[in-house]
Design a protein around this ligand. Structure first.
Ligand code: F6P
Length: 369
């Protein structure tokens, strides 16, 4: 079947925001306009199409050169995003305050047709890309763009947002060294990353942490205490511990802040436990810093901007080449296309024998094992 020529496309951003989203939007918009296509931004994931009455512009924003001027360096997304309201599992309130979850994907596909949108570029993490896969199976021409600060998508060497998160966490570790040393304290720093330890590992090594706790290496705090004592014997009366939110003790489980129906569990709290236990065992004053959403804000680094701009432009080139149902992926020095169903098949976690882990061990950094 020959595909109709593209005249009008849409772009949406879904899931948690990440520095670089606006750069993707700008590159996609300019690349589309330069081909003579129209491009529209869907508000708040797919809400702009599923709840159009809630938006003064009807939920679809016509994207022009003026709209995307000067946004490359801005954090967040000018389109808005959401990590609830999946069209596959959409919450609907009945009159009695009860919530039912329904599949609205057919309705969404109809909305695309109604607006004469020939194709969709969807920017998101594994959740958004899984939705994209379903929309592609239902006949939409979809190109996925991988995004997450967690860097846990298997089929791309890097996701934008990750470098900015690592750079910020590293700067925080730099700043914490002097106050930890001045007070002779243990400083525990909790970072995001879900079930992958990439942010904790890369920031921990770059920021000279003494201890790095990541989900891939269950920890034993006795090993950490040994490290603290060893440091004291060598004249260092302070210790910096970075702990990924998905880290767990040997034989234990991840710390969870909460779980809502239709959403991923909210990780968090492990830093608090580690800090309390270390203080109790060592008797040393211990302080906790949770970086949380600070890791998702701010201006993207040059590397994240570049990857994001390359992804946005590549997504438009993919459509022009007749691609559909694929995700753009960084495979240096190229950006290539990976089938959407392969893109979300496996989570990319830290391999225990990877060079960064080996480097950390060579530097004497303790993983709690
Ligand atoms: O996936 C990105 C991420 O920031 C994770 O690192 C974190 O666990 C989660 O999103 C937090 O989600 P929310 O913004 O819903 O609290």
């Amino acid at each position: 079947m020959t595909q109709t020529a593209i005249k009008r496309i849409a772009i949406s951003t879904g899931g948690g925001d990440a520095p670089g989203l606006n750069a993707v939007i700008r590159a996609a918009v300019l690349s589309a306009l330069n081909r003579g296509w129209e491009i529209y931004g869907i508000r708040d994931g797919y809400n702009g199409l599923l709840l159009p009455e809630q938006y003064i512009d009807g939920g679809l924003l016509r994207l022009t050169r003026e709209r995307v001027r000067g946004i490359t360096h801005l954090g967040g997304t000018i389109l808005g995003t959401t990590n609830r309201n999946s069209p596959l599992n959409y919450p609907i309130q009945d009159g009695n305050g009860n919530v039912q979850y329904v599949d609205r994907s057919d309705e969404l596909v109809r909305a695309f047709r109604l607006h004469h949108l020939d194709a969709l570029i969807t920017v998101g993490g594994d959740g958004s890309l899984s939705i994209a896969q379903v929309l592609a199976e239902k006949g939409l021409r979809v190109i996925g763009v991988p995004k997450t600060i967690d860097n846990d998508l298997d089929k791309t060497v890097i996701t934008f947002g990750f470098d900015t998160a690592v750079a910020f966490a590293t700067e925080c570790l730099d700043r914490l060294h002097s106050t930890a040393a001045s007070h002779g304290r243990i400083m525990v720093v909790e970072v995001m990353g879900r079930y992958a330890g990439w942010i904790g590992l890369n920031a921990g090594v770059s920021g000279s942490a003494d201890v790095i706790l990541i989900p891939e290496i269950p920890y034993d705090l006795n090993r950490v205490v040994e490290k603290i004592k060893e440091r004291e014997e060598h004249g260092s009366n302070f210790t910096i511990v970075i702990v990924a939110e998905g880290a767990k003790p040997v034989g234990g489980d991840v710390s969870v802040l909460g779980k809502e129906v239709g959403r991923a569990e909210r990780l968090g709290g492990v830093g608090d436990k580690v800090a309390a236990e270390l203080q109790a065992i060592t008797g040393k004053e211990t302080r906790l810093v949770v970086l949380g959403h600070l890791l998702r804000g701010g201006s993207p680094t040059a590397e994240d901007r570049l990857v994001a701009l390359r992804f946005g432009a590549a997504a438009v080139r993919a459509l022009e080449e007749g691609q559909a149902g694929v995700m753009v992926a960084l495979d240096p020095p190229n950006v290539n296309y990976v089938p959407l169903d392969e893109a979300t098949g496996r989570m990319k976690t830290v391999p225990l024998d990877c060079d960064t882990v080996l480097t950390a061990r060579d530097l004497g950094i303790c993983f709690g094992d």
